[in-house]
Design a protein around this ligand. Sequence first.
Ligand SMILES: Nc1ncnc2c1ncn2[C@@H]1O[C@H](COP(=O)(O)OP(=O)(O)OP(=O)(O)O)[C@@H](O)[C@H]1O
Length: 547
Amino acid sequence: MTETPPPLDPNTPGPWIRQSFGPYVLRRKLAEGGMAEIFLARRSDGQDGAREVVIKRIRQALVGQPDFLEMLRQEGRLATQLVHPHLVRVYEQGSVEGRAYLCMEWLAGEDFSTLVRLASLRREFMPVPLVLRVLADAARGLHYAHDFVDASGQALNIVHRDVSPSNLYVTFEGQVKVLDFGVAQAGGAATRPGEMKGKVIYMAPEQALGGAVDRRADVFSLGVCLYEALTHVRPFARERDAAVLDALREGDFPPPRALRPELSPELEAVVLKAMAPAPARRHASAAEFADALERLLSREYPPATSAHLAAYLRASVGEERYREKTFVPPFDPSGKGGGSKVVRSPMLTEPPRRRSRPGAWLPWAAGALALGLVGGGGVLLLSRTASVPAPPVPETPSLAQVASRAPESESLPDAGTQPPVPESAGKESPRTRQAGRGSSRQASGSGRGKVPATLEVADIQRVVTRNRASYLSCFERHKEDLRADEGEVRMRFTIQASGRAETSTQGALAERPLGKCLEQKLNRLRFPAHRGDAVTVVLPLGYRVTR
Ligand SMILES: Nc1ncnc2c1ncn2[C@@H]1O[C@H](COP(=O)(O)OP(=O)(O)OP(=O)(O)O)[C@@H](O)[C@H]1O
C-alpha cells in the first residue's frame, strides 16, 4: 500500500522563481500541458486584489504557430464569458511579446485523472459516490456552457470537445471545475479533416470521425470518464488509431458490470446511455446526465458532498503534497525581499493529527473490486473477489513518470499472476524467445536508430495489457467454454519485424469459440516494430471466476 505517492510529473510544482511577464510576476511553474505552461503568478502592480492567479501561456516552442495561438485566443474568447462554480474562472486574455496567455483563478488541488491514478496505485477504487459527485458537478458546469447565451442574446451552442479526466479538476475544498476550453467551439461545427484535436479515446464517435457535434458529444466524454473511474479500464484504448475509431463507432467495450459486478444495474445503465454510439440514444443534455447521477446518489449511496470530496482528496494525496500545493511564500512587489521564507497561504487549515487512509471514512469503499482484468501474462478475474486489488489504470502520457516508477506489470494484482511461458524447446524458426518476468527491456536503449534491435517480452505484455478492453468481451461472450473457475488460456504470438502478429490458442480451447474470438481480437494488435527475426512467445491469460 503506497501511503505517500511518488511525485506526479509534469504536474509537480517547480521551484519558486521571480520572472516578469507583462504586468505579472510568475512565481512558480505549476504544470505543463500539451499546449501551454501553467504558472502561479501575481500582478506586479497589485491590481489583482493581492491574490494569486494562474497564467496559462503558450509554450515557447509553439510561438509563431498560428493554430495554437488561435486555440488559446479561442479559449480566451469563450472562457472569459463563462462564469459558473463548476468552470474554471478565466479573468482575461492577452499577449506579451508575441506569447499569448490567459489569466485565471488559481485552483489548488488535483485533476481527476491524478485522483483515479492515485487510487489505482493503492490498488483501490475511488469511492463510487465521490466519482458520481465529480461527474455530476462537472456535467452541471458543462451544461451551463452548452446553454450559454451571450450579451447580445445569441445562443453560442458551445461544445467543450476535450472533456477528459485531466480536464476535470478537484480542489482541496472539494470543488469540481472543468478546465481547458482550448478546443471548444461555438456553433457545433464539424472538425475539418486533418484538424483533429482533443484526446480521441474520450471522444464521441461523431467527433472522432469528423462529423458535426453538439452537446451530446460532451455527454459521451463524461460517460467515458465515469466508466474509467469506476473500472480502471480505458474502454477505447487500442494500440492503433484505426482500432480506436472502430471501437468508438461500434461501441465495442465491456459493460462496467462485467468488470465490477457489484456496481448496480442502474448505475451501469446511466454509463451505457451516456456512451451510446448514436447521439440520439444518449442523455439529451449534460444536465440530464447530472440528474441521473444525482438520483442514484440520493437512492443508493450515503451523502457525497464537497466536504467529503475535500477530505478524500487530502487524505489521498498525503500531507506533504497537500502542503506543497497550498503553501505560498509572501509576495514582495518591489522584488527586494521575500520569496525565500515559506508561510502558509490563507486557505491552509491545520492538518489532521492522524492521517487516515483515503476511503477509510467510507467503509463501503473498502474491497470494492469485482472483476479485474489483466492481460499479458496476468490474471483475469471474472467476478467479485474482495481481497483482490483494483487493476491499475493504464499509463497516461501526462503521468509518464508515475508509470515508469510503477509500471503496469509491477502493479498488477498478485493473486495468480503468471510469468509468460517459454514455448517448448526445439522450435528455432521463427526465433523462440525465453519469456520471463525478469527479462530486461532493451527495446529503446540500443541507440542504433529508431527501430529497436529486439522486441522484449515486457513490450509484448504491455501491448496485450493495454488492449485488454478489446478482448475481455470474448470471455464474457463465451463463458461456457471455461471448464474450471480458475485457469489460463495460453495464447501463442508470432510477431514479425513489422509489428504484425499471428496469434493462436494453445490447447483444448483452440477449437472453441472463446479461442477463436481471442485469436481474432489479438490478431488486430500491433506491436513495436523491431529489427531481425520474428519473435514467438506464449502468454497465459489467467482467469478466475467466483460465483
Ligand atoms: N487554474 C488552474 N489552477 C491550477 N492548476 C491548473 C489550472 N489550470 C490548469 N492547471 C494545471 O495545468 C494542467 C494543464 O492545464 P490545461 O489542460 O489547461 O493545459 P493544456 O496545455 O491545454 O493541456 P492539454 O492540452 O494537455 O490538455 C492541468 O491538468 C492542471 O493540473
